[in-house]
Design a protein around this ligand. Structure first.
Ligand code: RIB
Length: 294
């Protein structure tokens, strides 16, 4: 069976500023450089899925200045049939990257938040029971997508990033696979500690596959009584942008291939380690061959 994945998500233009430290309130800071990359959590995750060999279609909306983002996904062999075009401004991200490779991001949603129910319904028609629906939180109508995906027996995967209070009102009990970082886990579970948050999420959503990424410490997994922890690969960090997206794309691609959870987590951990060793979002997502070599 050829399982397909529809990733309905953002496509952003990323403006990356190299800075000595993140700008403070009232401070004006000159950056050492400015580079422009293609990004967006949605498009990054589609790129990772495609480079990992999955049959991925991207759904979303680009603005008048973002047509190249659609073309880039097509070059990576992602299906772009369900990427609509709008006459307004594309979503973009202003990303500060400090000397440790950490980032701080300001997001302008633009065309990412102009998606209509009609466009979603039209895209969903191409997917059947057992196919995957992947979502993040940079577009509008996420709640509708979760409900419609579940109604159609798709395997609904949610990465609630960036986390906002609206996520608390999403029908999270309909999500089959929830992929969160520490901040998202703590906010969803109303806990101060990520381990307590994971325990709480397991109780709240007993039927959901839970994946908690903990940066350079690695990843924790809970599903159906199974508990796995995988350590991160130690690499020199250049830029962490897109590491989580790379992890998610590679994890799901391996899962769709039929690998067990441990193998999927190890594969995804290697891929995100390669991603943080380079600058940029999509530019730094490795190919499957590169991941297989480490
Ligand atoms: O996850 C990284 C992404 O977050 C960047 O590419 C940027 O566009 C923001 O959406």
């Amino acid at each position: 069976m050829n399982v397909k994945i529809l990733n309905y998500g953002s496509l952003n233009i990323d403006y990356v500023y190299k800075v000595s430290h993140f700008v403070k309130p009232g401070e004006t800071l000159a950056s050492a450089s400015l580079e422009t990359f293609s990004g967006g959590k949605g498009a990054n995750q589609s790129t990772a899925l495609a480079r990992a060999g999955a049959n991925v279609s991207h759904g979303g909306k680009v603005g008048k200045d973002g047509l190249f983002l659609k073309e880039k996904l097509q070059k990576d062999n992602a299906n772009a049939t369900h990427i609509q075009e709008s006459s307004s401004t594309n979503g973009h991200a202003c990303i500060q990257v400090d000397e440790k490779g950490q980032n701080a991001i300001i997001l302008f949603p633009g065309s990412n938040k102009e998606i209509t129910k009609e466009e979603i319904d039209n895209a969903l028609k191409d997917f059947n029971k057992g196919d995957y629906l992947l979502l993040q939180n940079e577009i509008n109508l996420v709640e509708y997508l979760i409900e419609e995906g579940h109604k159609r027996d798709l395997i609904v995967c949610l990465n609630p990033a960036p986390m906002g209070k609206e996520v608390l009102s999403y029908p999270l009990h309909l999500v089959d696979c929830l992929i969160v970082n520490e901040t998202e886990a703590k906010a969803l579970a109303h806990k101060k500690d990520y381990k307590e948050a994971l325990d709480a999420l397991e109780k709240l959503y007993p039927k959901t596959e839970l994946i908690l990424t903990i940066g350079d410490e690695g990843v924790l997994y809970r599903y159906n009584g199974q508990k796995i922890s995988v350590a991160a690969h130690q690499v020199t960090v250049v830029d962490t942008t897109g590491a989580g997206d790379t992890f998610i794309g590679y994890y799901l691609a391996a899962k769709i291939e039929g690998q067990d959870a441990q193998k999927c987590l190890e594969f995804a951990t290697k891929a995100s380690a390669l991603c943080v060793s380079k600058q940029g979002a999509q530019e730094s997502i490795p190919t499957k061959d590169e991941v297989l070599k480490i």
